[in-house]
Ligand binder design. Structure first.
Ligand code: PGA
Length: 249
């Protein structure tokens, strides 16, 4: 296996979370105003908990960090337990003491969704671009909700979720039938434009898609494979996800 990506294989999910927290802490310390694209999903939760623990112990101050929401379901009431904004807030924004005015949401309740997407992109631009993207890897190779096929220039937009994403998100909310079918996602252009990217991947169920991401063809069928062309990407996987691929150098 050859890959241009910088890959780190952690022995366990706990170690992955520590190494991921080290990277995010370093980014915040290097620039307290860092602009971060923040994924939900199960994989980064250990990393976020570790960051919150360190921040509570005084390791760093995150109050100037700027947060950009990665994706959101459409058709939910603001207080719906499935809101991904709510999840971002509970797991990252509040535990790190980041004021809400520093957070740019995707606005699924906007009357004009296209205008909401353009406003989101404009907010990233006026922040000077994204410094860091923290991403998980979808079982179908998606980043955010850029479902395959998605090309590298796909803009921030409304998308229909694929059956793989609906099934994978069912574990969060207690069944397929409660997963919304339509979402808004930061575009591939936004994601690939981040100056630094941390892709966290855990569990044996991600082996195949991880191999296609790091060592397969760069293709719209595996949107995450475009990371092979991006600058300063760290793929942080645990051993279960890395599987039998050769140890990265
Ligand atoms: P997960 O989700 O971290 O819960 O596996 C990743 C994703 O679907 O993007």
């Amino acid at each position: 296996m050859t890959t241009k990506l910088r890959c780190i294989v952690a022995d366990s999910y706990g170690e992955l979370s520590q190494i991921g927290a080290d990277a995010v802490e370093a980014a915040i310390k290097a620039d307290p105003n860092v602009s971060v694209l923040v994924a939900t999903g199960n994989t980064p939760m250990g990393l976020y908990q570790e960051l919150a623990r360190r921040r509570a112990n005084g390791a760093f101050d995150a109050s100037h960090v700027r947060v950009f929401q990665l994706d959101e379901y459409l058709g939910l009431e603001p207080e719906d337990r499935r809101s991904l904004f709510g999840w971002t807030r509970r797991s990252f924004v509040d535990p790190l003491g980041i004021p809400l005015e520093n957070v740019t949401r995707l606005a699924p309740d906007a009357g004009d969704l296209e205008a909401a997407c353009r406003a989101y992109d404009a907010a990233i631009k006026s922040a000077g671009g994204l410094d860091l993207a923290i991403l998980g890897l979808g079982p179908n190779g998606h980043l955010g909700f850029n479902e395959p096929p998605a090309d590298a220039h796909a803009p921030t937009r409304v998308v229909d979720l694929t059956i793989e994403s609906i099934e994978s998100n069912a574990q969060y909310w207690g069944g397929r039938d409660v997963v919304p079918r339509v979402a808004m996602t930061a575009g591939m252009d936004v994601i690939l434009g981040a100056r630094q990217t941390l892709l966290v991947v855990s569990g044996s169920h991600k082996r195949d898609v991880l191999e296609r991401t790091v060592a397969g063809a760069v293709t719209p069928d595996v949107p995450a494979s475009y990371l092979q062309l991006a600058s300063d990407v760290i793929v942080l996987a645990d051993r279960d996800a890395w599987g039998a691929m050769p140890q990265p150098r």
